[in-house]
Design a binder for this molecule. Structure first.
Ligand SMILES: Cc1cc2nc3c(=O)[nH]c(=O)nc-3n(C[C@H](O)[C@H](O)[C@H](O)COP(=O)(O)OP(=O)(O)OC[C@H]3O[C@@H](n4cnc5c(N)ncnc54)[C@H](O)[C@@H]3O)c2cc1C
Length: 388
């Protein structure tokens, strides 16, 4: 594993960044990882882990100082997201979703909006990002949730499907269509709803294959009213906000997937160094070594690409859509491959709950589906090469 130790040691973190990453690594190893199997078994929301994350003030990593945060580079958040996901994918996505939902408010909100919404997040609040609807998944522009102007307020009617943190969020960033703008895409707008608003209903919580301790809710908005000031930018600017938001959330879900991949790879390597058959360790069979070689090489390359994209974002590059798509697609395919290999190399023991292999396998699958399915990413990457 020296190659991965060197990879981890090869970052140019500043002193205070190293301290945060080491602290999060310790939290992940000593508190979050030991709870992961039980949380997965019971499906209970990981409140203790959220409390531990908040005790360290980790939401502050991405909230500007003026609103209660202690921000660091995006790359630092990305590394922390990877470490938490490696320990417990459910906890990882609960925390990362807060970032995904609140980053557009940070990037596009007015001073007044930031003053109202961000301190709540900096002090440990949860957030949810509401895009998907029953008939609008890969093509989000098909969404039907409606925003209707009514005096000084906006009325929200509609519903959202598969919303991470949907039942526990303090703040919801919701995308919908502005009533009165005919063109479907031009109508897309974004606004913030706080949990106290009347008319938000949790219709159901999903029973899931993996990420079982993270909650995924179907929400209905029935005449929910928010002040006009909760609208991000102008009516119809939602699609631009959405694309900009995805450029930062996709590397984040890639970090999450790479956390699962690294955990699965490490678990497989541990096991096959001990397990013996035919008088030899499993790791000594050449067929097995070839499997490790291919996966380790792809994993190391993809981890470098993760920080290449993070560095671009830290440098202020806005046009990172294709790099982020490549990263999300490859990282999530690797998570699935690593988890598959982990189960395979554990033999029958990989298929039962005594080892984490089967959990990694179940947790990895969704990473190929959310934040744009990998088919959609292949399409985006491929068509970027077509001359206009
Ligand atoms: C656990 C979980 C958590 C989630 N969290 C959130 C969240 O917090 N917020 C949120 O808004 N959403 C969330 N989602 C929704 C997720 O992003 C969507 O499920 C995803 O975008 C796919 O949409 P869909 O399920 O409607 O599938 P569909 O779009 O119906 O796709 C079905 C299949 O068709 C393929 N397909 C579709 N279009 C094309 C195309 N053009 N070319 C080739 N193939 C295509 C897809 O790749 C897929 O294989 C979550 C989902 C889950 C399961």
């Amino acid at each position: 594993m020296r190659v991965f130790e060197r990879l981890d040691a090869g970052h140019d973190w500043a002193g205070d960044e190293t301290a945060v990453i080491e602290t999060v690594g310790r939290l992940a190893r000593e508190e979050i990882a030991p709870r992961a199997a039980e949380l997965d078994r019971t499906g209970a929301f990981p409140w203790k882990n959220v409390e531990a994350i908040n005790a360290l003030g980790l939401n502050g990593l991405f909230v500007p100082e003026a609103y209660g945060g202690a921000p660091m580079r995006y790359a630092v958040y990305i590394e922390c997201a990877r470490l938490v996901a490696a320990a417990c994918a459910s906890t990882g996505i609960v925390w990362s979703t807060v970032f995904h939902a609140i980053k557009p408010v940070i990037d596009f909100g007015t001073e007044e909006q930031k003053r109202r919404f961000l301190p709540r997040i900096a002090s440990g609040g949860l957030a949810a990002l509401c895009i998907t609807e029953p008939d609008a998944g890969s093509d989000a522009t098909g969404m039907r949730t409606r925003f209707t102007e009514d005096g000084d307020e906006i009325r929200i009617d509609g519903g959202k499907r598969f919303i991470s943190n949907g039942d526990v969020a303090d703040v919801f960033l919701v995308f919908g269509k502005w009533a009165g703008i005919e063109d479907g895409k031009a109508a897309i707008s974004a606004l913030v709803i706080e949990k106290e608003a009347a008319g938000i209903e949790v219709v159901r919580l999903e029973e899931k294959l993996g990420h079982r301790a993270a909650s995924t809710a179907e929400l209905a908005f029935d005449g929910v009213r928010v002040p006009r000031e909760n609208l991000l930018r102008a009516p119809g600017e939602g699609l631009a906000i959405l694309f900009a938001a995805l450029n930062k959330s996709r590397p984040s879900v890639a970090a999450h997937a790479l956390g699962i991949a690294r955990a699965a790879f490490a678990s497989a390597v541990d096991y096959i160094n001990d397990r013996r058959q035919s008088g030899r360790r499993i790791v000594d069979f050449q067929g097995v070594q070839f499997m490790l070689a291919d996966l380790a090489t792809d994993l190391a390359m993809c981890e470098r690409w993760l920080f290449h994209v993070a560095d671009m974002i830290d440098a202020g590059e806005a046009d990172v859509g294709i790099e982020a798509s490549m990263l999300k697609m490859r990282a999530s395919d690797l998570a699935m491959r690593a988890a598959d290999l982990c189960v395979q190399l554990h033999g029958g023991y990989g298929y039962v709950a005594d080892y984490p292999a089967e959990r990694y396998f179940r947790d990895a699958k969704i990473t190929q589906i959310w934040e744009g399915t990998n088919q959609v990413h292949r399409q985006l990457i491929g068509r970027s090469f077509a001359r206009r």
